[in-house]
Design a protein around this ligand. Sequence first.
Ligand code: GAR
Length: 213
Amino acid sequence: MSDKTLVIGVLASGRGSNLQAIIDAIEGGGLEAKIGVVLSNKKNAHALQRAKRHHIPFQYVDPKDCPSREIYDTILLGLLKTHQVELVVLAGYMRLLTSELVRPYQGRIINVHPSLLPAFPGLHAHQQALDYGVKVSGCTIHFVDEEMDHGPVIAQASVPVFSGDKESSLSERILREEHRLLPKVIQEYSEGRLCVEGRIVQNRSDPQIEVIQ
Ligand code: GAR
């Protein structure tokens, strides 16, 4: 591992399959990054067990101990800094971030969402897509701002929606794309390939050539 290895912090509220995809990509050599810490707002989040199993520092932070969302995020910020986190990855993290966390990590927080944003933000994205009757859905990786599921889109992958699909079958199909795309985007970020201007994220194929020009 080089001195320049990107340190990421993962925030997760549940099962943690996206966290596992990141761990697998790192252990498999496809992603040059280190997970500095995994944080959760849910005591029994399986994501914490996964972190433990892979000897990654982890912590549950109880929202009930905090009088406000801002104070909660200030605690998370302190933990992320303690672990020298450079990029925050929201991997199934089901809380809106406040500016206490978004501002200090501006342009350095990414989220994975199970729909083709701006369609179907928020909770139950798969069911929203099924109820609307779309024929194509997918996932979005985007930078995080203070609005829910709103920041600049980095990457998207689409999947077909079949008649007869249920929330479970659609989410399984989309999840496979999330697991493929999330480590890829983190690797691109770590290589300095992602350039943001307003809402537009450019993926530079060779940053060194662009700097020379
Ligand atoms: C994933 O499908 C992710 O896209 C979604 O929660 C699931 C977490 O799965 N995130 C959101 O809906 C955020 N708006 P995981 O815990 O197995 O990674």
